[in-house]
Design a protein around this ligand. Structure first.
Ligand SMILES: [Zn+2]
Length: 755
């Protein structure tokens, strides 16, 4: 008995060396014969034998030899890790049937406590190190990366999923161990996981609302690229681009207007939707998905023709003729609105619901024109005030100025403040996300501060002088400007007002995107300001020379104009070539003069010839780049922002007339959003599969052509060979001839394959 046992133990399987070649040549009988020698249980021997078994299984899958694979799976008891790798190979070669069979096999293995989660544990597994797959790749992530919809569906149905990676700075035990065990492997597996999650196949198969998932994923990837700048360029940003493109392609699957409105008008969150509906004007859809896209910076999505069409149709409202009308007509209407603005507003005030005026004024484009007109009037008032100041120069120089003469603009300021407050209440955070709003608040606060200072000084002077005991202080308030303190409130108020009135004009930049040529130009200029980081380098070099040259000349008190201020002014104007060179002349002290002149010469060379020209070249370069690339997309994005801000409910009236409350709108919810999204995803998958089949067919054709060429080559070679033998050539000549024919054939086959 014990002898028999020993025999059975020894019969445990060893790897038969002929196995690989049997699989390669497809000899089924030999294969089954080889596998019958043992009892099917692999002996857990050394690493190399384990690897050989894996190779055998992988090879059979890679060759598409399903009989051999079946024989192997039946004859041998593979363990979990081996099947895992085989599964990767099957996914890699896109064989859904093999994947299914291997998955079934894994189900049987589940009795051995092998659950799906342990796929992700492969990061701690040394033995797969020499496999061809990157760390952290699971069958599902691999299928996702290759966009194999069928296999992804199969795997997700089996309960496979991609666990969401932890935060970059996560301090949980798993992450800490992973980081300590192998930092590179850890980050690579993170990126591979993201590659799976960001793939079209995963997004479309697993999520309810693929578009929204793509949006939020794109945002997360942008954030990650800032947190892990090492992997920013090729990895995260390309994945982010992929997400954006996917959302755009999904949108492109829309076939009718109904689908488009359904998609754009909801963002999945019911409460958010309801909030958005309240915020929007009566009869204007809430466009919450579109606004989400704007918020998440999905420029291509917003600039897509479908979105743009929806936006501009709402923008023009019932004035559908506006879009096609001529420039001259538009100008005429704009000028008309500019002059009749007060009357229009009065009529609206009296009869807000009237058909003619009330309805028309609520159309966004008219609203926009009214608001712009109001702003222009404000700027005109500012200019007018400057001119009046000149006319009453004497009174403005003293304390006797009339507050009314210079404070007409405050009418606008107060009402602008009111408007800002209104918008602000809607959402404080989203309000300050827009830089323009920040600028607005700053400018308005400065106006208010300046005005408050002037009122303050007026009241103080009035009360001090009306009381008898304050004679000395009263005298200060009656003196002329020359005797005031440097920090006198009136002086500060005037300076503040001057700066603010200049800043007020920048708000015009908010209006420019409405027009194409101006808008694109504005965006280009804005992008060029990015190059201004260059100024930092200029400043460093300038300061260095300022220090050096100043130190050379200051100790000599011969010329009176020497000093830090003077040197700075001298060097600054040298950049523009509008300064006399006498500053560096000092004939009495030769050494200092020489060194000073040399320094000055180097400064001129570096600043004027190198740096300024480089700045100009950089600006030209980036201007051209923007013109070519994305000025159009950027402009459409900016314009969409402008449009959306005018779709908002309320604030119909331009600024001095904006105290009329307007009724809140009630809108209806469209229930079948989910269905539409599913239909879009389905269409997308179908078209992607069609493309894939097409590509496969083309490659297949090529391969059969290649096979034909190769077989022709074989027969030709045979003929040549026989010819040579019969003619009795020397072996040397044969080699030469044969190799040239071979080379010709290979080149021909290559060209054939490429073409
Ligand atoms: Zn963690």
């Amino acid at each position: 008995q014990p002898e028999q046992w020993r025999e059975i133990m020894n019969k445990k399987m060893r790897f038969p060396p002929e196995l690989i070649s049997a699989i390669q040549e497809g000899k089924a009988e030999l294969l089954s014969g080889l596998l019958k020698t043992g009892d099917g249980i692999i002996r857990q021997l050394d690493e190399s034998e384990d690897r050989q078994w894996r190779e055998a299984l992988n090879l059979s899958i890679r060759l598409g030899n399903e009989d051999a694979m079946d024989a192997l799976l039946q004859g041998v008891k593979f363990d979990f890790r081996q099947i895992h790798e085989a599964l990767l190979v099957a996914v890699d070669t896109n064989q859904p049937r093999v994947v299914k069979r291997l998955l079934d096999r894994l189900d049987q293995e589940k009795g051995n406590k092998m659950d799906v989660r342990s796929f992700s544990q492969a990061i701690f597994d040394h033995s797969i190190d020499n496999s061809q797959f990157a760390p952290g790749v699971t069958p599902l992530t691999l299928a996702c990366q290759k966009d194999l919809y069928e296999i992804v569906t199969m795997l997700t149905q089996k309960g496979h999923s991609i666990p969401w990676p932890h935060k970059v700075s996560c301090a949980c035990l798993e992450c800490r161990n992973g980081r300590q065990y192998d930092l590179l492997k850890f980050s690579l597996s993170r990126i591979n996981t993201y590659r799976g999650i960001a793939s079209r196949a995963y997004l479309s198969v697993t999520s309810d609302d693929a578009m929204l998932s793509a949006f939020s994923l794109s945002r997360e990837l942008t954030k990650l690229s800032q947190k892990e700048p090492e992997f920013k360029q090729p990895q995260y940003l390309s994945l982010e681009q992929l997400c954006q493109e996917f959302a755009v392609e999904l949108l492109g699957m829309c076939r009718n207007q109904c689908e488009v409105t359904t998609i754009l008008n909801s963002c999945g969150d019911e409460t958010e939707d309801a909030l958005n509906e309240q915020a929007f004007e009566d009869g204007i859809p809430n466009l919450s998905r579109l606004r989400l896209a704007v918020k998440y910076n999905q420029k291509q999505f917003v600039a897509h023709p479908i979105c743009q069409q929806v936006l501009s149709s709402i923008w023009c409202g019932s004035l559908s003729g506006w879009r096609g009308s001529r420039m001259a007509w538009k100008m005429f209407v704009s000028v008309g609105i500019f002059f009749t603005m007060p009357f229009l507003c009065l009529i609206y005030w009296i009869a807000p619901k009237s058909k003619q005026v009330g309805k028309i004024i609520k159309i966004p484009v008219i609203k926009f024109l009214l608001h712009s007109a109001s702003y222009l009037w404000f700027l005109i008032t500012l200019l007018g005030e400057s001119i009046t100041m000149e006319m009453y120069r004497e009174t403005f120089a003293s304390r006797q100025q009339n507050l009314l003469h210079s404070s007409f603009h405050m009418v606008w300021v107060v009402f602008f403040w009111y408007e800002c407050k209104e918008v602000w209440i809607e959402g404080l955070r989203s309000y300050f996300l827009d830089w323009w709003n920040c600028l607005d608040v700053m400018v308005l606060s400065m106006y208010l501060a300046s005005f408050a200072l002037r009122v303050l000084i007026l009241l103080k002077g009035y009360f001090l002088c009306s009381e008898m005991n304050g004679i000395e202080e009263c005298a200060y308030f009656t003196e002329t400007r020359d005797d005031w303190h440097q920090e006198d409130p009136q002086l500060i108020a005037e300076v503040l007002f001057a700066v603010t009135s200049m800043l007020s004009f920048t708000r015009l930049a908010y209006i420019l995107p409405a027009e194409e040529a101006l808008g694109t130009m504005q965006i280009s200029i804005g992008k060029m300001i990015d190059d201004m980081m260059f100024m930092f380098i200029l400043m460093i070099i300038g300061t260095a020379f300022l220090c050096g040259i100043n130190n050379i000349y200051v100790p000599y008190v011969i010329t009176p104009q020497l000093g830090f201020n003077e040197t700075f002014r001298f060097l600054f104007w040298t950049m523009f070539g509008v300064v006399s060179q006498e500053y560096v002349d000092m004939p009495q002290f030769v050494v200092a003069e020489f060194v000073g002149r040399v320094l000055y010469g180097i400064y001129t060379l570096v600043i004027v010839i190198v740096l300024l020209n480089m700045l100009i070249a950089m600006i030209t370069n980036s201007f051209q780049k923007i013109e070519q690339d994305d000025a159009d997309v950027e402009w459409k994005f900016a314009r969409s922002k402008l449009y959306l801000s005018y779709f908002r409910e309320g604030l119909t009236m331009p600024v001095p007339f904006n105290i009329i409350p307007s009724p809140k709108a009630i809108f209806y919810i469209i229930p079948y959003r989910q269905q539409v999204i599913r239909a879009l995803v389905q269409r997308y998958i179908e078209s992607a599969c069609r493309e894939f089949e097409e590509a496969k067919r083309k490659i297949g054709n090529r391969i059969t052509e290649l096979n034909k060429t190769v077989s022709r080559m074989h027969s030709d070679m045979k003929v040549v060979h026989q010819l040579l033998i019969s003619n009795g050539y020397s072996s040397n000549a044969f080699m030469k001839d044969g190799s040239s024919i071979l080379g010709k054939y290979i080149i021909g086959a290559k060209n054939n394959f490429r073409g």
